[in-house]
Design a protein around this ligand. Structure first.
Ligand SMILES: Cc1cc2nc3c(=O)[nH]c(=O)nc-3n(C[C@H](O)[C@H](O)[C@H](O)COP(=O)(O)OP(=O)(O)OC[C@H]3O[C@@H](n4cnc5c(N)ncnc54)[C@H](O)[C@@H]3O)c2cc1C
Length: 484
């Protein structure tokens, strides 16, 4: 039953009966909730796109794991070409939704767990890989959304998990019971958690001997007993609850992040994929992070396309599109955005087969990609702010536009290029505002900085992969230097 439609996906979420704390209230009506519905629509897009004429080529893939056509968001990459298509798919989804569509984290986690469990089994003689393969085959067949849950609260960053005041600050195995383990802890910032069917939990960093309880990788359904959700706020989020949609900026789609608490959650044996093998936690984290750093060379580029399009349009609406400095700035935005895309494609095209058979991105290039992502969207946003003008931060509300007393003044004084209505100019300004300073900026800017790890994490990886000794050796040979 692979390849669900968006409607079938939304129905399948209803069956989970999830509840969450949102803005101080416990709610079970997630589907209708004004803050949550736009984020569900964004995920539903990843299902519908597999059926539309434009998206199906990118969104569909044949899986050797389940011998069927699957949604690429559940695919285990079987070639470099697959990795390249993944990036193209992400750009497409970002450009069509103008937000984070929330489905890559699970995909990136699955590919990392698949290869790591294979290598772990080879060394330790465990049976994690077969278990995970069976689990993921089911995910593919049912076309499910999986939340990739890596980030622990981490407490005092200067202390190891076992030295924290509270051992739950890193998610851990608290207890062993017959047939499984009990886990305790939390995962912060979880993208699309309440739009997911399953949670794939991974350690937040490489663990050391003595830290076995924290070296756990496992899966639980989102409706498992003991899992609690506290909804994350986004800038200007309550505009989504207001009557006038114009002020939201992105009228249809939105992102979602959730604080997720695991309180004595039982995980059955068949869903445990690492259990104390500290020597494989580093590999898992590194591989997941690299896939996810590749992802941003697609999704953020797609959202960048929306921001560039909106900026070029507002320049035309404002009557400045032909000015040379405006054209130069828009070219600069395109240059930055396409540089990110080039990095996403480059690390994919240099992919290599893991021992398990799925493909891994080039680690150095994926980290270069993400390090650029921590900077370029901010510069693109700065240029958009420059071009759009101050109304971006001072424009009256949609309610005032609709008010018979104030509306005529707004229409009179916000008129610019006569080719466009004032309301449309306001829509474009609100969309730009959404992406650079509103709810969309969580995905486009803050996530660009911190998602898949902050810049320092990429610099560490770049230094590790830089082969400086090899480069020095080349110079030594070139210059015939003799070392004493
Ligand atoms: C919008 C968004 C969506 C996200 N989605 C997901 C998701 O779906 N799943 C998921 O698992 N995670 C997700 N994340 C989490 C993301 O991976 C983390 O935010 C990121 O790894 C940084 O961790 P942190 O937020 O705890 O910041 P910190 O780790 O506290 O980092 C803050 C700063 O402190 C520095 N720092 C931290 N520790 C040390 C140290 N020991 N020594 C020196 N400097 C240090 C960092 O380099 C950085 O500059 C998301 C984050 C965001 C913002």
């Amino acid at each position: 039953m692979a390849l669900k439609t968006g409607d079938q996906y939304l129905e399948s979420l209803e069956a989970l009966d999830l509840e969450a704390h949102v803005l101080g209230e416990k709610t079970e009506q997630l589907a209708e909730h004004g803050l949550i519905a736009p984020s569900r629509k964004a995920v539903a897009f990843t299902y519908d796109a597999a059926h539309d004429s434009q998206g199906r080529e990118l969104l569909r893939s044949y899986s050797r794991l389940c011998n069927d056509e699957v949604n690429r968001f559940t695919h285990l990459h079987e070639s470099s070409e697959d990795l390249v298509t993944k990036v193209k798919m992400q750009r497409y989804c970002g450009a069509m939704t103008g937000c984070c569509f929330q489905r890559c984290v699970g995909l990136d986690a699955a590919n990392a767990v698949y290869s790591t469990t294979f290598e772990c089994d080879k060394k330790h003689g465990a049976r994690f890989h077969n278990r995970f393969s069976d689990y993921w085959k089911w995910i593919q067949q049912e076309d499910l959304v999986v939340d990739g849950a890596m980030t622990d609260p981490k407490g005092d960053r200067g202390r190891r998990p076992k030295d924290q005041v509270d051992p739950d600050l890193f998610l851990r195995v608290k207890e062993r019971r017959s047939g499984g383990v009990v886990i305790n802890g939390a995962k912060l910032h979880q993208t699309g958690m309440l739009n997911s069917h399953e949670i794939l939990i991974m350690p937040t960093m490489g663990m050391r001997p003595g830290e076995e309880p924290w070296a756990v990788c496992c899966a639980v359904p989102t409706n498992a007993t003991g899992v609690r959700y506290i909804y994350g706020r986004q800038t200007s989020d309550t505009r989504k609850l207001e009557q006038h949609k114009l002020d939201v900026g992105n009228p249809i789609f939105g992102g979602q992040e959730v604080m997720t608490v695991f309180e004595d959650v039982f995980v059955p044996e068949e869903r445990i994929f690492l259990d104390g093998q500290v020597d494989f936690t580093g590999m898992l984290v590194e591989r997941f992070a690299s896939y996810h750093r590749q992802s941003y060379g697609g999704c953020k580029v797609g959202v960048g396309d929306v921001l560039i399009g909106a900026t070029a349009l507002i320049a035309r609406m404002n009557g400045v599109e032909k000015a040379s400095h405006i054209r130069e700035k828009i070219v600069e935005m395109v240059h930055l955005n396409e540089t990110l895309y080039s990095c996403g494609l480059a690390c994919s095209s240099q992919g290599w087969p893991t021992l398990a058979g799925n493909y891994q991105v080039d680690l150095l290039l994926a980290n270069v990609c993400k390090l650029n992502v921590t900077r370029f969207p901010y510069e693109i946003a700065r240029l958009a702010t420059d071009i759009a003008g101050g109304l971006l931060g001072t424009m009256p509300a949609a309610a005032d536009l609709n008010d018979p007393e104030t509306g005529p003044y707004i229409k009179k004084y916000l008129a610019a290029n006569p080719q466009y209505q004032v309301v449309d100019r306001m829509k474009v300004l609100r969309l730009i505002e959404n992406l650079i300073a509103g709810a969309g900026a969580v995905g486009y800017l803050i996530e660009s900085m911190h998602g898949a790890g902050p810049p320092a994490a990429q610099r560490i990886m770049i230094e590790r992969q830089a082969e400086l000794e090899y480069k020095m050796r080349q110079v030594i040979n070139l210059l015939s230097i003799t070392e004493q």
